[in-house]
Design a protein. Sequence first.
Lengths: 361, 347
Amino acid sequence: MSDSPSFSADDSLAPMPPSQLLDARPLLEVKDLKMHFPIRKGFFQRVAGHVKAVDGISFDIKQGETLGLVGESGCGKSTTGRCLLRVYEPTAGEIVYHREDEAKVDLTTLSNNELKPYRRNIRMIFQDPQSSLNPRMTVLDLVGEVMRVNNIAKGQELEDRVADLLKKVGLRPEYLRRYPHAFSGGERQRIGVARALATNPRLIIADEAVSALDVSVQAQTINLLQDLQEEFQLTYLFIAHDLSVVQHISDRVAVMYVGNMAELAPTDELFANPLHPYTEALLSAVPQADPRTARERKHIRLEGEVADPANPPSGCYFHPRCRFSDGKRCKTERPLLREAKPGRFVACHYAEDLELKGVAQ
Amino acid sequence: MASDNLLELKDVETHFFTDEGVVKSVDGVSYNVPRGKTLCVVGESGSGKSVTARSILRIVDHPGRIVGGEILLHRAAGESLDIAKLDPYGDEIRAVRGKDIAMIFQEPMSALSPVHTIGDQLTEAMLLHLPVTKRQAEARAVEMLTKVGLPKPGDRLKSYPFELSGGMRQRVCIAMALMCEPKLLIADEPTTALDVTTQANILDVLSDLQREMDMSVMFITHDLGVVAEIADEVVVMYLGKAVERGTVDEIFYDPKHPYTKSLLNSIPKLELGTRHRLEAIRGMVPHPFNRPTGCSFHTRCDEVMVGVCNKIVPPPEQPSPGREVRCLLYSDVEALRKNAPKEEVRA
């Protein structure tokens, strides 16, 4: 995106052509990432098992794109986001970050000190703007702290830069010395966005960043995120459970189920023509704001509960709830994520043979 | 037509008397809940949709109380009960709660008692309201749990809420609400805390049971997708007022009020594809102590008429039978201006 010509106001919002997207250089490559949390029991806290929150997923995030990460609660999407920042120490796997000078670094091998410069480049926006802002800090401190810690700015310059950031996210610079309680939910989320932008990052991990907001404020925030992406050439990993929001904002979408990647595809193709039965069921469950289609639509309902990541089923984790399960191969052999069609990755033995329904475009 | 309505709200006003001032959470709301149908109440947070529902059951928290209006419950034998006049701690409203009108809440974990078994919680209301033995009530509980799709319902009576997942807990809440076959079920954002797949299953259970038991459902939500799936009729609320009501098709395909229009435009739609710009409503929901004069939406409205909308409180207008909208675009402004003084004073 950095070498593309300047955008006019209109075509800047046009979707990136798929060819350009496939060619774009990766910013982050995740290879076989695993995050297992030990379950401890008894007086001596012996390890009785592991919750396999993320169990060997691989994907890449390309420069300038928005990758949506969706799935039901407990599927490991937030854990994945946190592993990328090394908030959690991943059990296994590689996270290869491509620096601006084109050198590659595996973030999992770095010590805390070595990691510091990269933490400026990868930032996070959290779900709940209420609890992610310290109530005893002013906006100046909340947004400015990270610049002070990273020796980016101090004193008057720091104040100016924070004021500038506030303007960028649509808040008045006069609010610099106010505390979070003086802001509404949408405004607080804007402070969170300003804080993420403070170090001039390249990748922003937005973990359910708009889920807690009202519809009208949610629309404002989505528009803001898209504007900022254009302005600063940001790359987003957009973690959310609301599929209509994800479809709106993402170039590609990754679907997770019980710590595994079920499908990864360009957004339009995934929604029009899903390859994994789980994706199909997920799309079918999304309520559509159109009473006529809602009445005509045939629903696919998933039976049973999401599998327990501490004790997952054999074979394909989705087979107990899958309407296409053959009871043999699906039960014994775990499907690997493979490229079924160019640019479309799916983890299902029968992806090519199934006729699945997407959402009509 | 009045007999078709189970519940009629007329100019209900519920205000909260806080130390900082009076918050008019519900400020003159009128709508009807039709028999055997689903009414969806839509609005952003702070629009007063939950407080209206709580006013119906008289469970508004202190320092809030109903200061005006009528809430008429039409019972079977032609008698009507004005709930707004009852003592919130009296026997009469207790006879209504759980029997005529039941409620499910957003957060199933906090709605269930953590220290009582599911069986005890399910049977409590029934033992209170109906002349049944404990054994009969338990049989009924198992029957209801089967209906809401809880696996192994017989064994579940002895389990505690923490042993169940979120979706299962919400199923228990639904079963509990329906134990006494209420005429009206108020569901306050019952699926907001759940995953889409679980939400779809819960909505299915609700609509199946509604058909089977022929009850009215009042469904409070902010998710317009859910509204399109389940509603027969829709009420749109903004800042304590019902700004528009109509059937689900009228609201979605022929919205009248500018707020309804912008609300519909501000949601991402699956069929529109990626990356069009969302038409956000500008500004924020005003602070409760600082409500705009005149029409409360005029500060954010795209079709605002300067000098009119900020002066006159829009009266309810009926553009077509069964429709109601509170917007001056549909009113005779000149006539209002002539006898407006008292409206202006009120604003």
